[in-house]
Design a protein around this ligand. Structure first.
Ligand code: ZN
Length: 171
């Protein structure tokens, strides 16, 4: 288990734009990847999610923290493997940031209700309905697995911020 360097947009956009592949065998390597993602995310106190391509691994694995609000610390990171969105609802404007684009924030539109399936961090299938910030963080991390970044989700009149003026967490 170790804290890994985060791939940054400004120096390595190509790596962040690469599509990740499905995990075909859930092995000790998968567990080690989840552990590294958790360690790396814990190293960044404002982060509430991290996807494998952000540490240079192009597999469909991410860690997310649930229960975040502007005033409440989220729960511990949990791993998700091969997540698939079944349905999205309640597309709403929110503010996004990303550990791969430190210091930049912007308005984005994302679903605030998500039906998600995949494997949990022990390799067992899950079927979740996520609401609010939980849906937003998962949607942001799933985007990373397809090489999509939050700057691609800014609506035509969306605002950009260069400081954490909003006090929001970022992912
Ligand atoms: Zn991100």
């Amino acid at each position: 288990m170790s804290v890994r360097p985060i791939v940054l947009f400004k120096t390595n956009e190509t790596e962040l734009r690469q599509k990740s592949v499905k995990v075909t065998d859930f092995t000790s390597d998968t567990l080690a990847l989840i552990a590294d993602l958790k360690d790396t995310l814990r190293h960044h106190p404002n982060g509430i999610g991290l996807a494998a391509p952000q540490i240079g691994v192009h597999q469909r694995v991410a860690v997310v923290c649930f229960g975040a609000t502007k005033n409440r610390k989220p729960g511990p990171p949990i791993g998700i493997v091969n997540p698939v969105i079944v349905e999205t609802n309640r597309e709403l404007l929110d503010c996004d940031g990303c550990l791969s684009l430190p210091g930049l924030y912007a308005d984005t539109i994302r679903p605030h209700s998500l039906h998600l399936q995949g494997l949990d961090e022990s390799g067992k299938p899950f079927d979740w309905t996520l609401e609010g910030m939980n849906a937003v963080v998962v949607h942001h991390e799933l985007d990373h697995l397809d090489g999509v970044l939050f700057i691609d989700r800014v609506p035509p009149n969306g605002r950009y911020y260069t400081d954490d003026e909003t006090g929001d967490v970022f992912v």
